[in-house]
Design a protein around this ligand. Sequence first.
Ligand code: AKG
Ligand code: FE2
Length: 193
Amino acid sequence: MLYEGFGVADASNYDSVNNFAQLMWPNGQPRFTDTIHTLATQMEELNKLIWLMLTDSYGLQEDSLKMNYKTLVRMMKYLAPRPGEYERGFFAHTDKPISTLICEDKSGLEIEVNNDQWIKLTNLSPSSFVFIVGDPLKAWSNGRLKPVNHRVMMSGDKDRYSIAAFIIPNEAKHIDSGELLHAYASLSPPVSN
Ligand SMILES: O=C(O)CCC(=O)C(=O)O
Ligand SMILES: [Fe+2]
């Protein structure tokens, strides 16, 4: 198997992580719970900060990007490919959550910049996080924010580990920029896709 991963739903909620841990380890696993909960809380904070930077860069109020969400943390492992091979670890896609933060221990994440032209994100420091715009942010921004197509490609002889925090809307809801369109009207035109 080249790829495996598991996710913890609502991971910034201590009880939710604890319930998950008790399913996996009936005697509890406080260290796991503390680690995942702390990680999720901090990744959620970082995400909030980036949302603030987005609204601020459009000259909008802080609360104009107001969506109820939960944070799902997923830990992933990609096995090294056969020697000399360049192998797909995760198919090309855009993210359905509002936004995603990813950190990786070894490069592998690639983004599509033009039709079928891929760039590998390299030289990320171990403490770097990649912010990925999800499909709902495209709707929210009326096409200005572009959900980037991304994938994971594996090479070399080391396995790769990554951790993602997915910011998932609480309920399926129709997102459009609605009354914000007026605020956007004075901004640059929407990005065409
Ligand atoms: O493992 C990664 O770095 C990316 C995974 C990913 O894009 C996803 O789970 O949506
Ligand atoms: Fe993704």
